[in-house]
Design a protein around this ligand. Structure first.
Ligand SMILES: [Fe+2]
Ligand SMILES: [Fe+2]
Length: 418
């Protein structure tokens, strides 16, 4: 999972800045900026009307309808839908789990890093530093933001284990769902490890500030608004893995352009993993759509209406907002946008890709509620496309402010004021 990506959305005007306005033009073409949904804290002060937890992990969730807590719907899956998920074990075994790679077939971070047991280790580090010397600051901000997002992996595993009917009930459950969640996490764990070590060795990054941001982010969590419902959860992860693939693919291309071919290979290897994970989550959702087209349509439409939040939307380094007067995640997203790493257009393209893949416009035999959802989400795509084009035009006339990022020792990077 991960990256910037997720969750973007079409930008609202920014309201404040205490920074002096400059006329600096971004180095790369500007594209649409992103906004993030505000996060509503989950407060579990309402008694839950359902019984959870049988040995199968599916409990009786859904028998009494969803729970509403502080205006947020939780445990929305029905008992019938839980039965459908239970019927997917064989499908998971034959079509999804084989997408994971055997440990011996996977790359490991050490494959890309200086060998610390070698007598040439110091020379290898010198070579690495020569390569990273040419990486510009805006590139580093995006790379570090991506790395921090990857490093918050405990949050994403926890998010998967909020999903009714598929969670790993014991921590080592032999179910296909439990194995998927653990082994997906284990593959993802290599991403943050590798990026973190590479950044550390480069000497270009203020690791203490980065480490504080990671600790804050894991401490804050995330709120993807998936209602403890795998229908919603796997639409979210399908979207998000594709977004991550795009983002890491672009950081790979940019690294190579700046002369660091090894970093290019690193980001490309991570993007390759994200591509496999995207395929797996889409396959899970393919089957859910096949078994329950109406329920899936309603979930898809609702997730698109709420918009996909990025997994790192709660990041904080304890100094960015006081120094710059703005939100760290928003500024990181703006730099990702300006460098063409992950943009509002990418967001809309992913939405359109998923709609074509799941044949959203063509599905027949839906319930009246699902037909309404089908119409709504098609209108939403049209609206988002229009807004994206408008935003791209508007952004060209927006002021640019120099913004300090603690991650790169408070060097300044231009940020477009959306
Ligand atoms: Fe991923
Ligand atoms: Fe990842």
């Amino acid at each position: 999972m991960t990256m910037l990506g997720l969750g973007t959305v079409l930008q609202r005007p920014s309201t404040s800045s205490s920074i002096s306005v400059q006329t600096v033009s971004p180095r790369t073409p500007r594209r649409l900026a992103c906004r993030v949904q505000p996060c509503a804290a989950l407060v579990t002060d309402t008694p839950r009307p359902k019984t959870l937890g049988t040995s199968s992990g599916n409990g009786k969730v859904g028998e009494n309808g969803p729970t509403i807590i502080n205006g947020q719907t939780l445990h929305s899956i029905s008992a019938h839908q839980l039965d459908l998920l239970r019927s997917m074990d064989k499908y998971m075994e034959s079509s999804v789990l084989p997408i994971l790679k055997d440990v011996n077939a996977c790359w490991q971070p050490t494959d890309f890093l200086p060998d610390s047991s070698s007598p040439d280790f110091a020379d290898q580090v010198v070579e690495l530093r020569k390569r990273t010397d040419n990486l510009p600051d805006d590139y580093l901000v995006v790379l570090v933001g991506d790395m921090i997002t990857e490093e918050a992996l405990p949050t994403y595993m926890a998010m998967l284990n909020t999903l009714d009917g598929v969670r790993d009930e014991t921590g080592a459950a032999p179910t296909p769902w439990g194995r998927w969640t653990r082994q997906w996490t284990a593959e993802e764990n290599r991403h943050g490890d590798l990026m973190n070590k590479y950044c550390y060795l480069s000497g270009r990054v203020n690791m203490k500030a980065v480490e504080k941001t990671i600790q804050n982010l894991i401490g804050s969590g995330m709120d993807p608004k998936t209602q403890n419902n795998p229908y919603y959860g796997f639409i979210y992860t399908s979207f998000q893995e594709r977004a991550t693939k795009i983002s890491h693919g672009n950081t790979a291309a940019h690294a190579s352009e700046y002369g660091d071919k090894q970093l290019g290979r690193i980001c490309a290897a991570i993007a390759g993993d994200e591509a496999r994970h995207e395929k797996a989550y889409i396959k899970m959702t393919d089957e859910i759509f096949r078994l329950d087209p109406s329920g899936s349509m309603i979930a898809f439409s609702d997730m698109m209406r709420k918009q996909i939040v990025m997994p790192a939307h709660l990041m904080d380094d304890n100094e960015h907002s006081s120094k710059n007067g703005r939100n760290l995640f928003k500024d990181f997203s703006a730099v990702a946008q300006a460098t063409g790493t992950y943009t509002g257009k990418d967001y809309v393209d992913i939405m359109e890709f998923l709609m074509k893949h799941w044949k959203i416009a063509e599905l027949q035999g839906l319930t009246p509620e699902a037909q309404k959802a089908q119409e709504d989400v098609q209108s939403l795509l049209t609206k988002f496309k229009r807004l994206t084009e408008r935003q791209e035009r508007i952004m060209k006339s927006k002021p640019v402010v120099s913004t300090q990022f603690s991650w790169i020792f408070n060097r300044e990077v231009p940020v477009i004021m959306a």
